[in-house]
Write a protein that binds this ligand. Structure first.
Ligand code: GSH
Length: 483
């Protein structure tokens, strides 16, 4: 039976339906109903929806409108839609219905009013109205505050404390995404107080990527048009809401330790110079000098800085002795396992010739065995619990930073080696991305040199940005898309 979805991608509920269909591999035909051209008022569309609104659906002879009714119908009628979208458990389902019902008179009422009277109205013949916008903003702020304190107040990343998204997440997040078209100062005023909301939007995007980004392109293009900004096709850089989230993370999680970075160029053998050996007699980076105090070995440095710098959040290196010991256990293990395997394969395939170190295919094969076994242990032992980070933590520690940076080195490997080594480890790929997000934009910034070397080694243009320069993150995107 053919399924037609009538939509204009400028409409938030229409986007929610489109993303849901695409994420769940539901076959459908998208039929554009251009609201600006008033195509929703044409008799042929009114035959589908007498109220002349998008989204609407025709499934064979069956016609339906109202996005929440459409989403729940599709979740139930389409084989293969995972249960979390609209659970068969009656109480879980009822809780989702409760959010969806609440949405109409709260988030949607405030959001639509605010966007309409601030910016979008003139496009459809409604004048800008500051009083009505102020009234709508009150409803909106109260709605966002309720979402944050009631529904995003549990353990999971999604509404109602769920670990996976439901149709309510898509519906409500698409509503908020409409704020992309707002003037910058309005968007910042309205959204900045709601950090959990920003994170939830990002989590929902990731859970529905790449469809989320694709379906939001029209909205981001409209934003460019309305604010006379250059058109940017890349969601990561075009989305102001994503930028707000990144900045939040930067402020919250970066430890703001003041330091001076002194480059020691390994290719130029600067690590062998006597002035550097005075800092680290073993001639290795990283090393630090804190006043007269000198220290080498990255794990010792990380734990020293976590303890000695005021204001470093506890999760990086918890003061609880048992939690700390567990992190030490990962860090100690790392040296003889992930690092041994990782360095071995990188040196024996690609880095050796540059550094003047002899390479051997046997040594590369041997290193790959150690590496694969290490990745498999990380995945089955330390990423096997509830949180997004090692040891089941909800926030990263210095161990996440250390191990993820080791794996990021595989950006330099030959494509086929990287794919063979990493593709069996989906949880590892997701963890790398979670660590990137938790330390963004510094993670991206600090990896730029690595991407530049990758370009150089493989004679390919890879660009400066993590997206699209990172092949490892691209592997994750592909993984999510197939999943
Ligand atoms: N409650 C409806 C709202 C649908 C709605 O408001 N659609 C708007 C676009 S966002 C529309 O089609 N407006 C055209 C009109 O009402 O003339 C739903 O969730 O589907």
């Amino acid at each position: 039976m053919s399924l037609k979805v009538y939509a204009d991608r400028m409409s938030q509920p229409a986007r929610a339906v489109l993303i849901f269909c695409k994420v769940n591999g539901i076959e459908f035909e998208e039929i554009k109903v251009d609201l600006v051209k008033k195509e929703n008022r044409l008799p042929e569309f009114k035959a589908i929806n007498p109220f002349g609104q998008v989204p609407s659906l025709a499934h064979g002879d069956f016609k339906l409108f109202e996005s929440h009714a459409i989403l729940s119908y599709l979740a139930c009628a389409s084989p293969g839609v995972a249960d979390h979208w609209y659970p068969s458990d009656l109480q879980k389902r009822a809780k989702i219905n409760s959010v969806l019902d609440w949405h109409h008179s709260n988030l949607r009422r405030g959001g639509v009013g605010f966007v309409l009277y601030t910016i979008l109205g003139p496009l459809i013949g409604v004048p800008i109205n500051p009083e009505a916008a102020a009234e709508a903003e009150k409803v909106l702020a109260s709605s966002l505050s309720k979402i944050e304190s009631v529904w995003l107040n549990d353990n999971g990343n999604f509404l109602l404390g769920n670990k996976e998204p439901s149709i309510a997440d898509i519906s409500l997040v698409c509503e908020i995404m409409e704020f992309e078209v707002l003037p910058e100062e309005d968007r910042i005023r309205v959204l900045t107080p709601f950090k959990k909301v920003l994170k939830w939007i990002e989590d929902t995007r990731i859970a529905t990527s790449p469809h989320f980004e694709e379906v939001h392109k029209t909205l981001l293009a409209a934003k460019s048009f309305l604010h006379k900004l250059p058109v940017d096709e890349n969601y990561e850089t075009a989305s102001s809401i994503k930028a707000m989230f990144d900045m939040e993370i930067a402020q919250e999680l970066v430890n703001g330790i003041e330091f001076e970075e002194i480059k020691v160029d390994l290719a130029k053998k600067e690590h062998r110079l006597p002035e550097f050996k005075a800092i680290n007699p073993f001639g290795q980076v990283p090393s630090i000098a804190h006043g007269d105090f000198k220290l080498f070995e990255s794990h010792a440095i990380l734990s020293y800085l976590a303890c000695a710098s005021p204001g470093v959040a506890d999760h990086w290196y918890p003061s609880d002795l048992q939690k700390r010991a567990k992190i030490n256990s990962v860090l100690d293990w790392h040296h003889s396992n992930l690092r041994r395997g990782g360095v071995g394969i990188a040196i024996n395939t690609i880095l050796g010739p540059v550094l003047g170190i002899p390479t051997s295919p046997e040594a590369a094969t041997e290193a790959e065995k150690v590496l694969t076994s290490s990745l498999s242990k990380i995945e089955s032992v330390w990423l096997n619990e509830n949180g997004n980070f090692l040891l089941g933590s909800k926030e990263p520690s210095i161990a996440d930073l250390s191990l993820v940076c080791e794996i990021m080195q595989f950006e330099l490997l030959h494509e086929e080696d990287r794919i063979r080594v990493l593709s069996p480890f989906n949880k590892v790929l997701k963890w790398i991305n979670d660590t990137k997000m938790a330390t963004s934009p510094h993670f991206e910034e600090e990896h730029k040199t690595l991407f530049a070397s990758k370009s150089f080694f493989h004679k390919i243009p890879v660009g400066e940005n993590c997206e699209p320069a990172s092949s490892i993150l691209a592997m994750l995107d592909k993984d999510i898309a197939t999943e």
